[in-house]
Design a protein around this ligand. Structure first.
Ligand SMILES: [Zn+2]
Length: 275
């Protein structure tokens, strides 16, 4: 078990959960912020070895757990918080989910974080940045003096993220990307995968990629009105078919965002057309 922690800088470490998969990459990343009093961001999934591994990591650091912060409450990010909360009586800070799709309902959030508030950590001030889009209750955490921003599932390494309506929203997602860009953070520490550095080109690429996908949605709709299942293989013909069931969520988010902008609509049968 020793050696599971990866150092990312003074007082900053990560632990990768044993939940690799198509949606989780090499596994969910938990981040340990601090030297003696740890702020733990995203304690991870409810796996039998997750709590022992977190306790082992704290022992290796010679530190105690002071608080838990959640980027969001998907099942691969937050359920371990419930056990740690009972075991160590630590506060859990984050935002509760606004829907129940693949959401953790076991963790009790003891304090709701608000956009812009600044918390104190042993690695300096940590600013809460609301980054809705992937889901509505998503937060990113910016260690301002380090130039590091913890991005949860807002930006991940190795793939684009899924936008999951109804709480996920493509317009919000784009605006949240711009908010992160505006921080001028140097490095992004994602919920899946390795650090992304420098951050700005990755954010700019992601924004451009989403705009390109929106254009593709419009081009496909122009020649082929259809429902979400029919449109998915055409809009995502550059993506392996095994990912199409997941891509349907993001396609729906694109269509709903076009509808909000008055650019598309659907009939009672769910057939989408350009307006
Ligand atoms: Zn997620």
């Amino acid at each position: 078990m020793r050696g599971d922690l990866v150092a990312l800088g003074p007082g900053l470490h990560r632990l990768t959960a044993h939940n690799p998969g198509i949606m989780t990459g090499q596994g969910t990343q938990s981040y340990f912020i601090g030297h003696q009093r740890i702020t733990l961001v995203d304690p991870g999934p409810d796996l039998p070895d997750q709590i022992p591994r977190i306790r082992q990591a704290l022992d290796e650091l010679g530190a105690c757990l002071e608080s838990i912060m959640l980027t969001h409450t998907h099942l691969d990010h937050s359920p371990a918080a419930a056990t740690l909360q009972d075991m160590m009586s630590v506060p859990v800070l984050g935002c509760p989910p606004t829907d129940l799709l693949r959401q953790d309902t076991t963790t009790h959030i003891t304090r709701i974080l608000t956009d812009g508030e600044v918390l104190t950590t042993e690695c300096g001030p940590l600013r809460v940045i609301a980054t809705p889009g992937h889901v509505g209750n998503h937060l990113s955490f910016y260690l301002e003096e380090r130039g590091d921003v913890l991005t949860g599932d807002h930006v991940i390494a190795g793939s684009t993220v899924v936008i999951i309506p109804p709480s996920g929203h493509m317009g919000d997602y784009m605006a949240s990307l711009q908010r992160l860009l505006d921080t001028q953070a140097h490095r992004m520490l994602p919920g899946h995968g390795d650090p992304l550095v420098p951050a700005a080109p990755v954010l700019e690429w992601t924004l451009a990629h989403r705009r390109q996908r929106e254009l593709k949605v419009k081009q496909v709709l122009h020649g082929f009105p259809g429902d979400v299942a029919e449109l998915t293989p055409r809009v995502y013909d550059d993506v392996p078919a095994q990912l199409h069931p997941v891509a349907q969520f993001s396609l729906l988010a694109h269509l709903l965002w076009l509808q909000e902008q008055g650019l598309a609509q659907h009939d009672a049968q769910g057939i989408w057309i350009l307006t």
